[in-house]
Design a protein around this ligand. Structure first.
Ligand SMILES: Cc1cc2nc3c(=O)[nH]c(=O)nc-3n(C[C@H](O)[C@H](O)[C@H](O)COP(=O)(O)O)c2cc1C
Length: 197
């Protein structure tokens, strides 16, 4: 997997070639092999493809459009809304979108006790580990992927459309790549490592 770690890129241009169900299941199964806090496995994956994408994209679009009448979901982040619009266009192209839920999640915007916050952070780390496994498993099968959190710009609309228990955390776009991006820059190793002892 070191090869896949090095080769994985966020893909934003996909061909319309469908992905076999067996590959989608393999990618999800790879996600479920991730470690999780107390082995709680607090994840659920909703696979959206074909016609089912239309209502989802409409919900995303409606959420993003709220900026126009001053009721944006994240009013302090309106400068990033154009990025969210671009993400919608990427999701339109991708033949498969997987929504990832934290099944033990509290309400994203509620206040929490310290214990609840620790529980939440551990569950989110667990689900994030699953997502990364999925991206690497996709890379291994030459399937492109994009981890998407712009969904938070239409959080209420997308949760209503999903109509599932649990906390929506992210979406993953999957499809065969129609671009081969160069590696994006990373901070120098000296910047991010500190040695003690
Ligand atoms: C938590 C998370 C959320 C992300 N959300 C988005 C997104 O909504 N739209 C998008 O185009 N890229 C998104 N990305 C992809 C990042 O922009 C990308 O990983 C980063 O620029 C580094 O590029 P690379 O993945 O090709 O190395 C997200 C990545 C992560 C880890």
């Amino acid at each position: 997997m070191i090869k896949e770690i090095m080769e994985r890129r966020s893909i934003r241009k996909f061909s319309s070639q469908p992905i076999d169900k067996i590959d989608i299941l393999h990618i999800i199964e790879s996600g479920t092999k991730a470690p999780s806090a107390k082995n709680r496995q607090p994840w659920k994956f909703i696979v959206v493809q074909g016609n089912a994408k239309e209502k989802m994209l409409q919900a995303f679009y409606n959420g993003v459009q709220r900026e126009e009448n001053g009721t944006a979901c994240l009013p302090g982040s309106v400068q990033f809304i154009s990025g969210a619009r671009y993400t919608i266009e990427i999701m339109k192209q991708a033949p498969v979108i997987i929504f990832v839920l934290n099944t033990m999640g509290k309400n994203m915007f509620s206040s929490m006790t310290d214990e609840d916050r620790v529980f939440e952070v551990c569950n989110i780390q667990s689900v994030s580990a699953a997502i990364q496994n999925m991206l690497l498993a996709a890379t291994e099968r030459k399937i492109g992927s994009l981890w998407i959190c712009d969904i938070y710009f239409a959080y209420q609309e997308l949760c209503k459309w999903l109509d599932h228990d649990g906390e929506l955390l992210a979406a993953i776009a999957l499809g065969y790549p129609e671009e081969q991006p160069k590696p994006r820059p990373r901070k120098k190793i000296e910047e991010v490592v500190e040695w003690m002892g």
